[in-house]
Design a protein around this ligand. Sequence first.
Ligand code: GLU
Length: 409
Amino acid sequence: MQAFEATNYYFDRAAARLDLSDNTRTLMITPDRELRVEVAIEMDNGQIGNFIGYRVQHDNARGPFKGGLRYHPHVDQDEARALASLMTWKTAVVDLPFGGGKGGMNCDPSKLSRGELERLTRKFVQQIHDFIGPDKDIPAPDVGTDAQVMAWIMNEYGKFHGFHPACVTGKPVELHGSAGREAATGYGVALICREMLGKLGKVVNGTTFAIQGYGNVGSYTAKFLHQMGGKIIAVSDASGGLSQPQGIAIPELEKHVAISRKVVGFKGGEPITNEQLLTMPVDVLIPAALGGVFDAEMARGVQAGLIVEAANGPTWPDADEVFEARGIPVVPDILANAGGVVVSYFEWVQNLQHFRWPLEQVQREEERRMVESFEKVYEMAHRKGVSLRTAAFMLAISRVGRARILGGI
Ligand code: GLU
């Protein structure tokens, strides 16, 4: 099974409860537009580098397409499609006036110089600038891209269309970005952990967490959970993992990672493998890296009491069934990691109004939206007797469907 098929499996499971006709189903799962462009640049050594860039615009019934740009060797058409579709449902679950899109570049950014990365990004924008824009399609950071890449996008887009900071979100705070955007996804994941634990009669303080992935999302999730009194007993990244049953000293780990760029080598924990982290006894397991982490076999080995999906698409459908059968609740990606796009929305609004919000306002509004959305999904799951994932998809599908009907096919 491929990623887009997996997303559609989740869609279908929810759609079956909503009595969608076959034609409506096809209309809602099929992407509106798919761009695939060749991006050739001059490499530092004088040779030509050939890369392929993608932008899939999945659905814009509720507003402009919105979603990140991923730079990673796994990026392909199918992955971009799956992630674009997830963005449609994500923006609908948290009720933003956006649709869903996603794109990226098949490349390994760790092997590119800063100059190569800049040329690649600018060339990509030259290929797609007519299809993006503040009220068409608004890219943002994702795996392998950051605020600097967004700054290049804004600058390059401006050469064709003039000053439009709202054409991309996740920009540096010094260049029309929003306070709190960089931390927003991790902050949202921590809030969702707090809310879900509350439903289970628990609190973050004293609860144990294992976090797979220590990039933007994983590191900020760890930071906020640690601040709330949570015990982060294991973390990992592409270099390996470490565990500390008493709880890792997250501020110390942050300093270590700031210098060495990886968790391995940190003295405050014992080395563990990625698989050991995923199957260790822990209260809350948080996949915060790439998709496709849990297959059925891995799911059978999980010993956590709760899973909160900070990554996009970490759970294959057969694993989801195992978790459901075993009674392990899963808070789905389209809800749990929506904090990033929520604050992207605030950044877009600030750009359009040429007005800046203080950090407290950004965090307060993010919290309000995340908590309200969580309550809606939780209530729907309870009322319909379905999983949180199916409830989130049901809520999203009905909102997108309603917008489609109101706007006309
Ligand atoms: N890439 C992030 C996501 O998957 C953020 C998207 C955005 O801010 O538009 O949700």
